[in-house]
Design a protein around this ligand. Structure first.
Ligand SMILES: Cc1cc2nc3c(=O)[nH]c(=O)nc-3n(C[C@H](O)[C@H](O)[C@H](O)COP(=O)(O)O)c2cc1C
Length: 209
């Protein structure tokens, strides 16, 4: 048994996609709500999603190819990233269906909207947290269209807070793995305190120090 070598330049079809999305895991899910230029609502999950800057707050999601969410973001400069907790997993997945642009995923999912405070796209009322964003910049690399958003407002349901912090078990977020696999990120929690260099130096024989 050994490691298998892959040369990305020899990948065919979706080989690269399958390996990348099975290995870069678990991915958080940005449930992106936007409005089109004509005002119609759109909602779609994007697991190429992450935090970029905490001061100021900047987040990012990537559209693989050109999709309705990306088109709307380009047209309006605004989007909401809703956080997906486990009870919302199925309806989040429903909103990933290949709906035509004029179909309203909020309606298909029987999802109530809540108005945003700073931008036009509404948030998903049932989501425990949401980032209201304006486009900082969009960068195209390969088939990825990376959308960076300045966070103009943030809402968090007080029911997921404990002692002034978001509690992972209360938020109960899901993550995406390869294929159709998902994980509940907070059902197998463990804690680790980050050591300091000084602590490591004072314990000769443990680790490289
Ligand atoms: C959990 C999950 C994560 C997804 N992540 C992405 C992603 O990061 N980028 C992307 O382009 N599509 C992603 N998709 C697929 C889109 O949600 C799907 O293509 C959707 O129809 C796009 O909707 P839109 O055309 O309204 O933007 C994901 C789907 C699911 C279920």
């Amino acid at each position: 048994m050994g490691h298998i070598d892959f040369d990305p330049s020899r990948f065919e079809g979706r080989d690269g996609y399958f390996l990348l999305t099975a290995l870069v895991v678990p991915r958080p899910i940005a449930w992106v709500s936007t409005v089109a230029a004509d005002g119609s609502r759109n909602l779609a999950p994007h697991s190429y999603f992450n935090a970029i800057s905490s001061n100021p707050l900047v987040v990012h999601f990537t559209s693989t190819g050109v999709k309705d969410s990306l088109r709307n973001v380009k047209a309006t400069g605004e989007f909401v990233i809703n956080i997906v907790s486990a009870p919302l997993a199925e309806v989040m997945n429903l909103t990933a269906a290949n709906f035509p642009p004029d179909e309203d995923e909020f309606r298909w999912g029987n999802l109530e909207e809540a108005p945003s405070s700073t931008i036009a796209p509404p948030r998903v009322a049932a989501a425990s947290a949401a980032f209201e964003c304006t486009v900082n910049r969009i960068i195209n690399i390969g088939n990825g269209h990376m959308v960076f958003g300045d966070v103009t407002h943030l809402v968090v349901d007080e029911d997921v807070m404990r002692d002034g912090r978001v509690a992972p078990d209360l938020l109960d977020p899901i993550g995406r793995l390869g294929g159709s696999w998902y994980t509940r990120a907070a059902t197998d929690l463990f804690k680790m305190k980050r050591p300091t260099y000084e602590e490591l130096r004072s314990k000769p024989g443990e680790g490289a120090g």
